[in-house]
Design a protein around this ligand. Sequence first.
Ligand code: CTP
Ligand code: MG
Length: 541
Amino acid sequence: MGGEGKTRDSKVGTRKKTFSEVQAERLEQAQRTVLINCPAKISEKKFLTYLSHHGKINSHYFYESYGTYAVVEFSEKDSIASLQDVTRTPGIEEECAVPFKSRLFTLTLKNPSTQAAHQAPVHCHKQSTILINDLVQKLCSADSVSNQLYTLMDEYQLTEENTKLRFLVCSLIQDIACAYFPECTVKPFGSSVNTFGKLGCDLDMFLDLDEIGRSPTRAKTGPFYMEYQMKRVPSERIASQRILSVIGDCIDNFGAGCVGVQKILNARCPLVRFSHQPAGFQCDLTTNNRVAMRSSELLYIYGSLDSRVRALVFSVRCWARVHGITSTIPGPWITNFSLTIMALFFLQKRTPPIIPTLDQLKDLADAEDKHIIEGYDCTFASNLNKIKPTENTETLDVLLSDFFEYFGNFAFNKNSINIRKGKEQNKPEPSPLYIQNPFERALNISKNVQEKQLDRFVALARECAWILQQEDKGHSSLSNSQPWGLAALLLPSVASNCVKGKKKRGQASERIKSLLDSLKINNSESLVNNGGKRTFSNQTQ
Ligand code: CTP
Ligand code: MG
């Protein structure tokens, strides 16, 4: 419900921070933070007292990932140097260590047998989502579809702790890159920061070298100009490839905890991919990727405007993942990014719209919001407080059902999705799915998607719209043991009904039949009314 959404939003605080403010704050915090592998059974008090010798500790928490780790944020950056001063390099009994001093440490007990004997394991914060079966059960005990969506979001969204860890990993990679480029910054983008990140999602990192390129104000007096002598390369792309190649080697050779380093330099956007083992997630490092940084900010704005946006996107993403509409492997599938843009487009199309179009956000922009990157206009208002809240009060029950109906019937064969205009437009080329890149307007962000994958999406969307419409308002009468609402949509049987072929689309499965029976018994009137009015037209095709 819209009212509910607004209450949740207002909890964020009085003035909403801009994306850049949040980034700057968290990056600075990450530079005062260390990551320590420690025994699971450790006295938290003694651990903190020990570390406090190096300075005041602002916050700390423990988590599990191939061992127990502590993330410790000091109040001052100097504390790190103090800690590093008393930290020794590992013994070299069999293997030799590359002596690169990072902020990733190992802490051991001097007398494990006595020190850990009566010690309970430390409390660890969760870093991954619950299993789908447990989620389905949890969803069944919610009291409305709307609250099911909020429950899913609460379970799946990045925690404060996990977000801190993501900024810390950026900061650790920045330490490595700084060996070559002392003024560089490594910033997270994509789902880690765009408000749509799920626990366990990859960490997209942007190696920002722009500060280095920026020329200082030229001395007005004196007869000379000074300029750095630099290597010249034929294109920015080649420069990115060379930089990433070297930084990739450094990460591989010196980056403690970084494993499986791959240099994927021939991709459209060259990148270095690796797994950060202590953090427990995959990392993609890119450079020269400012437009993606802007699209992350744009998504952050949309995700922060109204809590229904995130709740819907989380649920649709989860639904798509469960049914193999999206995949962790790159290929002909719809990506999470595309799916998010589709959901945003759908929310722009409501009456009244739930979120503004990108052109409307551009109209609200200040002078400092103006961004032209590589010739692309990436201007939009960054101040969330300038954007008027929507008057739309539709419930998520309605929005979820209508999302599936909308895309179940969308004319993908002739129309493209465009969040800049908030309107369908004629497709400029015949890709099965055409979603205009919000900034690089000649690009289709879903060019990779094949007909077959789109057909599966459409078939599933129709099936799910139909299920929700049949359930409509009758759910409260169902027993909790029977998956209903969003929980029902996450069951594999939904997908298998679609796979059986178009002819079967209109036929209720056994599961749906029993669901309908229980609805009939408990709420016969509403079922007759809704069933009559809202029969889904495409079911019989
Ligand atoms: N991006 C883009 N154009 C694309 C693909 C990606 O501009 N065709 C940008 C988007 O800002 C996106 C970011 O790159 O958010 C990271 O891409 P990706 O990791 O694929 O998507 P995420 O949004 O991070 O989602 P996921 O959780 O699946 O990683
Ligand atoms: Mg990502």
